[in-house]
Design a protein around this ligand. Structure first.
Ligand code: AMP
Ligand code: ZN
Length: 469
């Protein structure tokens, strides 16, 4: 299996640290809002990497964090007049619902930054003791970037070029730093902010230290794969390397994987530009697996432009696969029992070429676009070769083949069962009762469940109205 490693800028054969096991860390979202489909790209991409590794027989320990203390969370909390933990807990739950809709498996561990402060204090202390960090007058702790000789090795940046770009920071008031390249490990609290007691000041951690600490705690000092969107290469992952390698005295991650952006009109989809769709927005119009199919139809290192036309095309392509599966299931139901007929075994053998092509694509740095092309070849083969003359065993063998290749991508050939009108009405009634009892969590859950099945609720003055998306 070849993986493109950002560290070496080349594809390398994957060799795990421990035979048969993969230790993988994926930087997770900052939880102050519903996630948008750009944030969902790494979730689906690296979930697919995990599924393929599991298919290959690896035991994958998959860790993905939630950053639940951050300026944006505090700002959202102040706007609502609630504690920051109310905001972060709410959006962790919402994010988990979106992940479930998109068939992203829960991580082995989903650590939260606020529950790992002790580990951060310990790592910062050891960085100070080893001479890699220093405490400024107001108690801010900085990492001394120039002390780490390999700084820049991931982003392939040269310290002096970086320095040029950062000179303006010194002028802009961050003059407690000994060097403009230094970054924050711990910072003092401001009025009204959450804080923890530390030897340096009452305050909170910088963002980068969180991942170094959570990764070490749940996966160990040296891990196989560290992943995230390509905007994290610099400075986030570069700083993680500086922290972890200085603290642990050994290489941190062997393979660094980064997905390219999901764009809209050729610009990165992002909260700050306001050019985003949340996963929820999309689920109002499409089955969740159309979105997953759309994302995987491009290689993860290629930029992908989002548009209504491309989503329609994805929907139609996926439908061709589902229709072939429906057709196979119809013939299967009517076919005769018994041994494979003459020639059927040869055809099944012939169909093995599609799995071989699929694996070849996935082994080549998870080329899901080519893997999907192999699925289409199988679909064509099924449409030609499954007939009213073929046996149950034959139809079932090809259908199982298709199901497995889809499943590795987190897709299914089963169409979602449509909810009957009366089932919808019953759920709406249950939601109304939950609201009366102020059980808003249950009420939201029902709304999400309905949405997931394509039912959109609208609260109007005349009561709740619903429509099929
Ligand atoms: P954030 O909450 O902004 O830290 O983002 C969480 C994850 O989503 C990170 O791995 C980002 O790199 C990734 N991400 C954010 N926006 C996009 C985008 N438009 N396309 C692909 N990945 C993105
Ligand atoms: Zn991270």
């Amino acid at each position: 299996m070849q993986i493109y490693n950002t560290l070496t800028k080349s594809k390398q054969t994957f060799k795990p640290i421990e035979e048969g096991k993969v230790k993988m860390y994926v930087c997770g979202p900052t939880v102050y809002n519903l996630i948008h489909i750009g944030n969902a790209r790494p979730m689906m991409v690296f979930d697919t990497v995990r599924r393929y590794m599991e298919y290959k027989g690896y035991e994958v320990n998959y860790v993905s964090n939630f950053t639940d203390v951050d300026d944006k969370i505090i700002k959202a909390a102040n706007e609502e007049g609630v504690d920051p933990s109310v905001i972060s807990e709410r959006y962790i739950e919402e994010c988990k619902k979106d992940m479930a809709s998109l068939n992203v498996k829960p991580a082995t561990t989903h650590p939260k930054a606020t529950e790992e402060i002790d580990g951060m204090l310990e790592m910062i202390q050891s960085l100070i003791e080893k001479g890699y960090a220093y405490v400024a007058k107001d108690g801010t702790v900085y990492y001394s970037t120039r002390k780490f000789r390999d700084y820049g090795k991931l982003s392939h940046k040269n310290l002096d070029d970086l320095q040029g770009g950062m000179r303006s920071l010194l002028v802009s008031g961050e003059d407690q730093k000994e060097d403009p390249l230094d970054f924050v490990l711990w910072k003092p609290k401001k009025e009204g902010e959450p804080f923890w007691v530390s030897p340096w000041c009452e305050g909170r951690p910088g963002w980068h230290i969180e991942c170094s600490v959570m990764s070490r705690k749940y996966l160990g000092e040296e891990i196989d794969i560290h992943a995230g969107g390509e905007d994290l290469i610099f400075p986030h992952h570069e700083n993680e390397i500086a922290q972890s390698e200085a603290a642990n005295g050994k290489p941190f991650a062997r393979y660094w994987m980064h997905n390219a952006f999901l764009n809209i009109d050729n610009r990165k989809m992002s909260k700050s530009l306001g050019n985003f769709f949340t996963v929820r927005d999309i689920l109002e119009k499409y089955d969740a697996q159309v979105l997953r199919f759309f994302m995987l139809s491009a290689h993860y290192r290629s930029q992908l432009n989002f548009s209504a036309d491309l989503m329609e095309a994805a929907k139609n392509s996926l439908d061709r696969i589902l229709t072939a599966a429906d057709r196979a299931r119809d013939f299967l139901a009517k076919a005769e029992e018994g041994e494979l007929k003459e020639g059927e075994l040869d055809l099944i053998k012939e169909a093995e070429v599609f799995r071989a092509k699929y694996e070849e694509a996935m082994d080549d740095d998870f080329n899901t676009a080519d893997a999907i092309a192999a699925i289409f070849e199988l679909v064509k083969f099924m449409n030609t070769n499954i007939t009213d003359q073929t046996t149950k065993a034959f139809d079932a063998a090809l259908l199982a083949e298709l199901n497995e290749l889809m499943d590795i991508l987190g897709l299914t050939t089963e169409r979602k069962a449509e909810l009957l009108d009366e089932e919808i009405e019953k759920l709406i009634e249950e939601r109304q009762n939950a609201r009366k009892e102020k059980n808003f969590a249950r009420a939201d859950e029902i709304r999400a469940e309905l949405l997931n099945k394509g039912i959109v609720l609208e609260d109007t003055r005349e009561g709740v109205k619903w429509k099929r998306a």
